[in-house]
Design a binder for this molecule. Structure first.
Ligand code: TYC
Length: 101
């Protein structure tokens, strides 16, 4: 017998990319009470009291502030929930999302 055994030369490369993170941004307004903004930040984004106050006051002074980053679906769900919490009380509180560079 004269059998040749060959091994395949094709290498399969699997590329896995990290999902792009999305920022949740708190937008300032003139009506939502400061303490309500802090309460929503703590409840929805699980930040400390200190961090919630810092984010709130930064948005208040500068117009907007990044709260945190998440995968797209999580960022959008949290922004919607937090915005809805304000709307339920009649406040124009707004959270938006945008992809990180
Ligand atoms: N500017 C609001 C006030 O003076 C407080 C506030 C801060 C509202 C941050 C929204 O994203 C915000 N009552």
């Amino acid at each position: 017998m004269n059998e040749t055994v060959t091994t395949p030369k094709t290498k399969i490369e699997v590329k896995v990319e990290r999902p792009k993170l999305h920022k949740v941004i708190l937008v300032n307004d003139d009506f939502t009470p400061r303490e309500f903004v802090v309460r929503v930040l703590k409840a929805e984004f699980r930040v400390s009291d200190d961090q919630a106050k810092r984010v709130m006051i930064t948005a208040h002074r500068r117009g907007a502030c990044v709260v945190s980053v998440y995968t797209k679906e999580i960022a959008e769900a949290k922004a919607t929930n937090a915005t809805d919490a304000g709307r339920a009380k009649g406040y124009p509180l707004l959270f938006t999302t945008e992809p990180e560079e």
